[in-house]
Design a binder for this molecule. Sequence first.
Ligand code: GLY
Length: 358
Amino acid sequence: MNGRTVDVAIVGGGLVGMTAALACADRGLTVALSAATRPGSASGAAAGMLAPSTEGATAPVAAFASACRDAWPPYLDQLAGRSGRRVALNRLGILQVPADEGGAGRLRAAAGAGSDWLTPLQAAELEPGIVAPLGALLHERDGAVDNEHLLLALDEAIGATDHVASAGEARGIRLGRGTAELLLADGGTIAAGRLVVAAGAWVSQLEGLPRAIPVVPVRGQMIGFAAAPVRHVIHGPGAYVVPRPAGRTIVGATMEHAGFDAGTSPEAATRLADAAGRLAPGLAGLPVMEHWAGLRPTTPDQLPILGPDPEHGTVLYACGHSRNGILMAPLTAECIAALASGVPSPWPLEPFSVARFG
Ligand code: GLY
């Protein structure tokens, strides 16, 4: 690709970069997709939760987060058509289990549109695999997507379009008057009409950005069991529990400021396993079969940075999704592809502007 000119160069080959590449290709744009293999990349490490309710996507972005969640079923239908892969989507709802009476009172008071308070008996009837002696709040439309399978499906869909070319690892960008170039780690360059910055937790390491981007890695350790005692995603004290296909259950996650270290610790695995066993007794005492960590790209307010740079319109940010990268990827991609085509974003992006950080 070195020396070529494309409509859009995307830095970041994770979920956000891949969905953005496909959305741009669907608008007829030529795309260079720059990917690097990095331990701890969040797209594969995540639990795939689609959880505006429990993952902090509240005002002022609650409507966007709900729209993101509801975009998943049609997105996966379309992806199945182009990749031949039907990616599993769990939309049974997320059961939020309180830690104590105070928490139960708060959850009961929060019940409303889209969420239902369940008594202990109702919770046990709906999900016999959990312990919820104080009741639980059911977030009816939330759930999880199998993000590992999703990445394979996206890879195949991208491979099937001749609009997206792989560009290798980027080290930075170079901006001139109305010009933009992607600088590759091997010394090559690619000129682009628009540069999309979707480099996950590593965004601040890119050279040549017009401003400092306040995204830091926050490590989340995860564990996996070869058992499937629950059907719903469960969010409770100290852990969330996510059923996966093929009799597997994954449990997350820690929140650790450990720089770019994607290592794991036995203490964290024990804490997560204990919390999971208290929520879902079918997991108690089972051997932990898998243990890994991902690096969330986290902003100070936990909201993503989406949209153009205020001074260099050729640069489009699609980063800092914090705890909601999987949830927000398809709608992020739609917004970015619209802007890259020179038309307004289908969703107002002011709350997500990088300008909010001054
Ligand atoms: N969205 C789940 C997490 O960040 O741990």
